[in-house]
Design a protein around this ligand. Sequence first.
Ligand SMILES: *Cc1c(COP(=O)(O)O)cnc(C)c1O
Length: 227
Amino acid sequence: MNDAVTRIGEVRARIARAESEAGRPAGAVTLVAVSKTFDAEAVRPVLAAGQRAFGENRVQEAQAKWPPLRDAFPGIELRLIGPLQSNKAKEAVALFDVIETVDREKIAAGLAREIARQGRTPRLYVQVNTGLEPQKAGIEPRQAAAFVARCREIHGLAIEGLMCIPPAGENPGPHFALLEKLARQADVERLSMGMSGDYETAVAFGATSVRVGSAIFGVRPPLRPAG
Ligand SMILES: *Cc1c(COP(=O)(O)O)cnc(C)c1O
């Protein structure tokens, strides 16, 4: 069997065990396979094995990779998990089923405009910078609930969840707990949190989706410069 197919089976089993240990229903957590930097040929066996939710962090890379895969495999759910530039809102709305990185007014306005124009409504999450890291995208925790309210009231956007990426090398639990608390304050249902190193912890803290890349596809090639 293909390595990625073997590994995704192991990840699914560990999620199921974490759900059960947390007293959560089986299937409560969606596994999003993060395929960034891996090409269509690497993704194909995982699709063939039944995985349907995928995460990509760059609009252009996803545009090049996914349309042919979409034609070949019905029911794909594509999620944007990387920063969105406001000049890419059009492409993002056209391509993605879920956009997890809404984090400022300009993006919210751009998405609202494109959603109205295209008649396509990707599901939306607000990214929260729980660690207040200057280099990281996301709204500050203390502004999160008010920002979700503005997305709804001013821009008419249906925000369904919050997303976070805890600081590398820190215990992720407090960040997941904070995101869960902010979701209750903001009145959103979904929590996108947990990656290869901490997805079981995230399940215990109430994640409704986890974003797992290297534990499925292996070590990523070094990052190319952003473009
Ligand atoms: C790359 C990435 C992931 C997956 O990271 P792994 O550690 O490889 O599982 C998850 N979330 C975001 C936002 C990412 O950019």
